[in-house]
Design a protein around this ligand. Structure first.
Ligand code: NI
Length: 147
C-alpha cells in the first residue's frame, strides 16, 4: 500500500479522539477567523472536493483540468459554526477520508502517475495531488491543536 494511504489511514485513526476532547472548539479569537469547528468543516469541504478530483482523474480518458473553489463561502454556506456539533463534523470528516482511503487502496501502481492540470496550468500527478491534500490537512490540524 502507498505510504500516502497509510499516512491518511493513521490520521483517521488518531485525530477524532484527540479533537473530541478539545475545549472551546466554537471559540472565535477574531470574528474574521475560523473557529476550530469551522477549520474542521473546511477539511470536510476539502475532502469532498478532492475526492471528486481523484475520481475524475482516475476515470477520465483525457487530462483533467482542476478548478479551484471558494473556501470561505463553502464554510459560510454550511454554517458549521451553528448547525453542527463537533461529533457530527468528525463523523463526516472520518467518512469522507475513509472513502478516499478505500478509493486509493484499490488503484494500480501506475495510476499514481496520472497527470492533471492545476488552475495555474502546472501539470502534476495524482500522487502529488494526494500528497498536497494530506499536507493541507496536516497544516490545518496543527492549527486545531495549537493554543
Ligand atoms: Ni485550507
Amino acid at each position: 500500500m502507498s505510504e500516502l494511504v497509510v499516512e491518511l489511514r493513521n490520521l483517521i485513526n488518531e485525530v477524532p479522539n484527540k479533537i473530541e476532547s478539545l475545549p472551546y472548539v466554537n471559540e472565535k479569537t477574531n470574528p474574521s477567523k475560523w473557529s476550530k469547528i469551522e477549520i474542521l468543516g473546511h477539511l470536510c469541504d476539502s475532502g469532498s472536493i478532492n475526492h471528486k478530483r481523484f475520481v475524475e482523474i482516475l476515470i477520465s480518458n483525457e487530462q483533467v483540468t482542476l478548478s479551484g473553489y471558494n473556501q470561505v463561502l463553502w464554510v459560510q454556506v454550511h454554517n458549521y459554526q451553528e448547525s453542527y456539533s463537533i461529533k457530527e463534523i468528525l463523523n463526516l470528516w472520518r467518512s469522507i477520508n475513509e472513502r478516499i482511503v478505500k478509493l486509493l487502496s484499490n488503484i494500480k501502481e501506475n495510476q499514481w502517475n496520472l497527470s492533471c492540470k492545476l488552475e495555474d496550468q502546472t501539470i502534476v500527478t495524482l500522487e502529488w495531488l494526494v500528497s498536497d491534500y494530506i499536507q493541507h490537512m496536516n497544516h490545518h490540524l496543527k492549527q486545531i491543536f495549537s493554543d
